[in-house]
Design a protein around this ligand. Structure first.
Ligand SMILES: Cc1cc2nc3c(=O)[nH]c(=O)nc-3n(C[C@H](O)[C@H](O)[C@H](O)COP(=O)(O)OP(=O)(O)OC[C@H]3O[C@@H](n4cnc5c(N)ncnc54)[C@H](O)[C@@H]3O)c2cc1C
Length: 470
């Protein structure tokens, strides 16, 4: 077959890593390899979620994986996750971080919001800086960038993937024009299906179709890569009813204006009622469930995080608020209810009932860990940690809305990032990043970016090596 090279679809962390590692592997072997990197967006708008992501990465400052990482991934998924996938992730995570550092990425170790979380490193400048470094490396290696090509399908030839089909999204000319590009192999790295309202409604339910998307790049991931691979015989993986979402300030239109102080106060729906245990666990263990509740169960998809002046005494509490809009403030709970438009008697009854149940020693309050300061108000959900009465003005409120980050349902891949069908790997097809499923139940904290980078690199190298040996 005439050599057509490798086509990588998606210019986020996974796609760039794949393209670069394929080219680096070819260089190591002294072999030529043509690598093209496609994206449905223009260059400044490419990069999907990566561009907007702070990119916290679940590694210790010395790039080592925390002890018990794989066991914790399995436990979090309720035993459904593929142990081999996470073992491979753990095995290659340190050298992936070193590789990035070698390319010029500088890492810092950001403090966790307010409550303790897993050890993490973060590229200085976040995902945008990562993209810049990776794009620069890709250009240096002679990788061809193709913009405005939205994948719609895969070409197959006797069971082997032999290219991609797509449509031009260029606004000026040729918009809507379809084309087919033949390839020796294809790496799919074009994200989840959070940008596809039809797929959201089908898999997560009708209410999820109206989810706010957390950043401007989030909706570019239209699920086309997933659908194309399934049509070519790929097996599904991951939790198709699951998605990562975070609570944001409903007034802000900025990217990811998260409000994560809710564990230290109460969350009331627009009827003035509590509807979940705000202190059930650390915030990164409850934010997803809260966001889904907000979107699918709360009237108008809204609720209010409310707090009293005690919040302002928590050192660095602002770290947990990324909204540029100041909170609504009031001198009394009655005024607060009026300011946010929640029925005053209902709000007062909820807060008074909660306050009456707060019998623990407030000196034990500790925002940096689950402090066990619990209460069980009558007729309300419990609050398992950080339960202090709301008594001191000013009283504060932030309107909350759930915002979707990425979906969990995707493609089944093996540890070499080959896409699997019922009979084993589909020849010529690889995938990495959000598109690959593998997550179940709750998003593992600070693992999405890591797996995009690690399996992106593996996908590129494997595609090259399979092509060489084939
Ligand atoms: C606000 C925010 C905060 C986050 N915080 C963290 C964090 O701290 N830690 C962490 O681990 N993860 C975090 N994530 C998630 C993480 O950033 C993503 O999971 C990761 O960037 C996904 O990388 P990817 O390469 O798989 O996909 P993306 O980066 O989304 O790239 C996909 C690319 O494919 C292109 N594309 C999509 N559909 C098509 C198509 N049909 N044809 C052609 N091109 C297409 C898109 O334009 C895009 O360029 C966050 C995400 C966001 C948005």
């Amino acid at each position: 077959m005439k050599h057509k090279g490798l086509w990588v679809v998606g210019q986020g962390a996974a796609g760039l890593s794949a393209a670069i590692s394929a080219k680096e592997a070819a260089q190591e072997m002294g072999q030529p390899l043509s690598v093209s990197l496609l994206d449905g967006q223009s260059e400044p708008h490419s990069g999907g979620n990566t561009r907007w992501s702070p990119s916290n990465i679940r590694l210790q400052p010395d790039f080592q994986v925390e002890p018990g990482f794989v066991a914790s991934m399995l436990a979090q998924s309720g035993g459904r996750a593929d142990a081999a996938y996470f073992e491979q992730l753990a095995a290659h995570a340190p050298d992936t971080a070193s590789w990035l550092q070698g390319l010029g990425v500088t890492f810092q170790s950001p403090p966790y919001y307010l409550a303790k979380g897993p050890a993490r490193i973060q590229p200085v400048g976040g995902g945008a800086a990562l993209l810049q470094v990776l794009r620069q490396r890709a250009r240096q290696l002679g990788i061809d960038f193709v913009q405005h090509f939205r994948l719609t399908g895969l070409l197959t030839d006797q069971g082997r993937v032999s290219g991609v089909e797509g449509v031009s999204t260029q606004m000026v000319q040729g918009q809507g024009q379809t084309s087919s590009l033949r390839a020796d192999a294809v790496v799919l790295a074009c994200g989840g299906f959070q940008g596809n309202a039809h797929m959201l409604a089908k898999h997560l339910g009708q209410a999820a179709a109206g989810f706010r998307l957390i950043s401007p790049g989030t909706g570019h991931n239209d699920g086309a890569g997933i659908r194309a691979a399934l049509a070519a015989g790929a097996l599904p993986s991951g939790d198709w009813q699951g998605a990562h979402a975070e609570p944001v300030d409903a007034r802000s239109q900025q990217s990811a204006p998260v409000v994560l102080v809710y564990p230290f106060g109460l969350v009331l729906n627009t009827l003035g009622q509590r509807f979940f245990d705000e202190g059930a666990a650390l915030m990164h263990e409850t934010w997803e469930a809260l966001s889904h509740e907000l979107q699918t169960r709360c009237p108008q998809g809204r609720a209010y995080a409310i707090a009293d002046a005690a919040l302002l005494d928590i050192p660095d509490y602002q770290r947990a608020i990324r909204s540029e809009v100041p909170p609504i403030q009031a001198d009394s709970l009655t005024e607060l209810a009026e300011a946010i438009g929640v029925p005053t008697p209902a709000l007062l009854a909820t807060v008074q009932g909660f306050n009456a149940a707060c019998s623990g020693d407030v000196q034990r309050f500790d925002a940096s860990r689950t402090d066990g300061l619990a209460c069980q108000p009558e007729g309300q959900p419990p609050k398992s940690n950080w339960a202090r009465p709301l008594v001191r003005a000013p009283f504060l409120a932030w309107p909350l809305q759930g915002a979707l980050v990425y979906t969990f349902g995707g493609l089944q891949t093996d540890v070499q990032a080959r896409v699997l069908g019922p009979q084993g790997p589909i020849a010529g097809l690889y995938a990495a990043g959000e598109i690959t499923g593998h997550f179940y139940g709750v998003a593992p904290n600070s693992v999405a970016m890591l797996r995009a980078l690690v399996f992106g690199r593996i996908a590129g190298r494997t595609a090259f090596e399979d092509g060489v040996s084939g």
